[in-house]
Design a binder for this molecule. Structure first.
Ligand SMILES: [Zn+2]
Length: 432
């Protein structure tokens, strides 16, 4: 077969696509089929939806697994024709996949009802080695096994998840119960095609488009359900708290200290005039609660970018119209610097102690609280005062200020935790 004679390329979008077919799991699954811009490349993915969940699914993909593929082309054509004949007649492109136990694969495409099947070239996904080369500033094998929980997949959280994917992080736990709404789309990683979808599902698909080897667990749940959140976070290397409400951050603080997991918090202030990143290492420096009671944080009014978030912030007797009027959306370009800083701090934490080009950042990013000013507004005035924590340089916008926040001796959260850990250690030791 001469490859130049082939017009169509069928790209199997998952690294284990053939295994899924051979294990017969595909009988129960839905296939998604995409061709962009009328191009010749057809992308096929086994969707995670179970067929039994949805009635009347009209599939456009048929497949057959052989011990050994027939050698004659004519016979393969015949089998492919009869396979596509059994598919729903939507007068759309259909494909037949013929695969042998030893991974030989031939794919035939029937472009429209009145056209014959024609064979397409097959592009099985590149292997891991081709997708990530090891010449970068981080050894990507290092991050492939790191497990990162991202809680809150709004414009900030979705950006963080994407950037960590691009850096090579290979295991994600995505937590959010919201859906992509029209007003989110313009600032979100996901686009209009994801409208109405759960943010977790939409982000899983975006991550897999970059790294089909990524392992992604999704939880469409409220992190304020502590028992469930505790189970979700167990075994994580780092937690990214990108939620839009303060209660969830305090709850994540409690859980992460209890489980001993480094946690990073990011928030933008009203209309994203600036933002903060807080890093909490359990039993090493301040916890979120220690930092948050600092005067610098108290004045910060948070950005409210969605109706649900604004509604939760107001008492029930405030009408929806008034709540709506309080939604103050920041520019994406004002949110991204904060999300990027969080990504950077996350990468430093994930690679800490390893010999990477990021090692020097371990010394530079040694604070627990970082503040960014997009504009000279509101709470950022104090960055310009003589008493500000940044004294060595002319104050300026569009830069990071690092605050060496101390652990508070009267912190009810982390001091209490340490006390109980000490007590547990004391009472569980047998003594000599
Ligand atoms: Zn504390």
């Amino acid at each position: 077969m001469n490859e130049r004679d082939l017009h169509r390329v069928v790209c199997l979008m998952q690294p284990n696509f053939l295994d899924i077919l051979k294990r017969n799991e595909a009988d129960r699954k839905v296939f998604s089929l995409t061709t962009f811009d009328g191009g010749d490349t057809i992308h096929v993915r086994v969707a995670s939806t179970d067929k039994s969940d949805k009635k009347d699914i009209l599939t456009r993909v048929a497949f057959k697994v052989f011990e050994e593929l027939p050698r004659q082309s004519a016979k393969l054509h015949l089998i492919a024709s009869s396979l596509v004949a059994g598919l729903a007649d939507l007068n759309q492109l259909k494909i037949a996949i013929l695969v042998s136990e030893d991974d030989c694969v031939r794919i035939f495409v029937k472009p429209e009802s009145d056209k014959p099947v024609e064979e397409a070239a097959v592009l099985c996904l590149p292997n891991r080695f081709h997708l990530f080369n090891d010449d970068g500033i981080i050894d990507l094998r290092l991050l492939a096994d790191r497990r990162v929980a991202v809680v809150g997949l709004g414009s900030g959280g979705s950006h963080v998840a994407m950037e960590l994917t691009k850096s090579g992080v290979g295991k994600f736990i995505l937590v959010d119960y919201d859906r992509i709404e029209l007003q989110n789309v313009i600032r979100h990683v996901c686009g209009l095609r994801d409208l109405g979808r759960l943010k977790t599902n939409a982000m899983r698909d975006r991550i897999l488009e970059k790294n089909p080897f990524a392992e992604i667990e999704i939880y469409n749940s409220d992190v304020n359900n502590l028992e469930q959140a505790r189970q979700i976070f167990k075994g994580c290397d780092i937690i990214i708290a990108a939620t839009d409400n303060i209660m969830s951050r305090f709850n994540i603080n409690n859980l992460s200290l209890e489980l001993g997991i480094v946690t990073l918090y990011a928030a933008c202030s009203v209309r994203a005039s600036g933002g903060q990143v807080v890093r909490v290492r359990p039993n090493d420096g301040p916890c979120f609660s220690c930092v948050y009671v600092d005067a610098a944080m108290e004045a910060v009014e948070e950005e409210m970018s969605s109706f649900a978030q604004a509604r939760a912030a107001f008492p029930p007797y405030i009408g929806d119209d008034e709540v709506e009027a309080n939604i103050q959306v920041g520019l994406s370009s004002d949110i991204i610097p904060v999300a990027n800083m969080l990504v950077k701090v996350a990468l430093v934490e994930l690679c800490r102690g390893e010999n990477t080009a990021l090692a020097s950042l371990e010394e530079d990013l040694d604070g627990s609280f970082y503040m960014w000013a997009n504009r000279r507004e509101q709470e950022y005035y104090h960055l310009y005062s003589e008493d500000s924590f940044h004294k060595s340089d002319e104050p300026a916008i569009l830069r990071w200020y690092q605050l060496r926040s101390k652990r508070r001796t009267d912190c009810m959260i982390c001091q209490g935790m340490e006390g109980s850990a000490r007590n547990r250690a004391f009472f569980s030791s047998k003594g000599s």
